[in-house]
Ligand binder design. Structure first.
Ligand code: NAD
Length: 353
């Protein structure tokens, strides 16, 4: 197993059952005194439980985190943070909750502890996406990266199987795009392969027994490795497309990644077959895109964007948005090429270049 702490970039990272229950100790280690617990509305019970565990260190609970970090939600949370005099946040949730913690850290001097409950990997990165007036913009700032990350398999064990699968494919997408990133290093390659392998080995076990904490922990280590790749290198077509679809059409984050991934790989495969060969090998298929597509199918992953509210008439605008600003990608990104990719992902067809 690779030594993940070598890549933690100054963050304090721990894995283990019961970390959520022992959160008080980590709050103390960080020197935090008044902790505002953040969750989505769906995880408010977890927020209340954590606040109870924190005892006198708890400054309150804000359970209004939303996907794509809308600025108006951040402003409400900031007012709450100021009103209770919090010096830190405990973000207990997936990328939406952790994103809110990051958005607060951008605006206010606070410390952050993240307790991830999905595999999205936001806790590893200095990246923050925020949405204002329907437009999502992304920034990179070391200030927003959480100080402490506690990966407790018991917390991710409640993730329903369909979201488990989509979220894992979201993480795998970070690793896959890391394999061909312009600024990758051999360490990024190692992390990416480690992450994909960890998911390939653990996901079938997780699906069979969602509360198997040893399988969940292996999947969380995969998520950490994939998220760390996202933190270290620039992403290409896959992430730009998902960003455009999520921010402008309000599509669900993990499911969009899960659907787009094999199609983005098929698009790029013709340009960098040798860089994507390890994916083909890992999924025991000559073609990395079909290997991923079959793997996703075997896990019951969603296939068609049409099932998530995207209309056929949206495809031209989506292709336009995804190609508007230049970015690094192994194959030239053209409106026609992206339009074809999106059409297949929309209808649920097999991926092809
Ligand atoms: P999410 O945080 O939006 O959670 C999805 C739903 O699942 C929510 O309703 C939530 O309450 C519920 N949920 C989460 N964990 C659960 C659990 N263990 N059990 C039961 N329900 C649970 O989903 P996500 O995919 O983790 O995050 C998506 C957001 O994160 C997007 O806004 C995306 O842009 C952002 N993101 C940012 C980065 C980054 O580096 N900045 C990386 C990845 C994702």
């Amino acid at each position: 197993m690779i030594n993940l702490s070598r890549y933690s970039g100054g963050q304090s990272v721990a894995f283990g059952v019961g970390l959520g229950k022992a959160v008080g100790k980590h709050v103390e280690l960080l020197g935090a005194r008044r902790v505002l617990v953040l969750t989505t509305p769906g995880k408010s019970a977890l927020g209340l439980d954590l606040a109870k565990r924190l005892g006198t260190s708890a400054a309150g609970v804000f359970s209004g985190a939303e996907m794509h970090t809308p600025v108006e939600v951040t402003e409400k949370a900031l007012a709450h943070l100021n009103s209770v005099g919090a010096d830190s946040v405990l973000s207990a949730g997936g990328g939406s909750t952790i994103g809110l913690g990051k958005a607060l850290a951008l605006r206010h001097e606070i410390r952050q502890i993240a307790l991830p409950t999905t595999y999205a990997g936001s806790e590893c990165t200095p990246v923050l996406g925020q949405t204002e007036d329907g437009v999502k913009t992304t920034l990179r700032n070391p200030r927003v990266r959480p100080d402490t990350v506690l990966c407790d398999p018991g917390l991710v064990a409640t993730l329903p199987v369909p979201l488990t699968v989509s979220s894992a494919l979201n993480a795998i997408a970070h690793a896959v795009e890391g394999l061909y990133a312009d600024d990758r290093t051999p360490e990024d390659h190692e992390l990416a392969i480690f992450g994909i392998k960890a998911f390939k080995a653990s996901l079938p076990r997780v699906i069979e027994a969602p509360e198997d904490l040893s399988a969940r922990e292996e999947s969380q280590r995969g998520a950490w490795a994939c998220g760390t790749v996202l933190a270290r290198v620039g992403m290409g077509l896959h992430h730009k497309l998902c960003h455009a679809l999520g921010g402008s059409f309000n599509l669900p984050h993990a499911e969009t990644h899960a659907i787009i991934l094999p199609h983005a790989v098929a698009y790029n495969m013709v340009a960098v077959p040798e860089l994507l060969a390890p994916v083909a090998e890992l999924f025991e298929c000559d073609d990395p895109a079909l290997g991923l597509w079959e793997f996703a199918r075997s896990l019951g992953a969603p296939r068609a964007l049409s099932n998530f509210g995207l209309k056929e008439s949206d495809l031209d605008r989506a292709a336009d948005l995804a190609t508007r600003n230049p970015y690094s990608n192994p194959r030239a990104v053209t409106v026609d090429g992206v339009r074809g990719l999106l059409r297949r992902a929309w209808s649920g067809e097999a991926p092809r270049p």
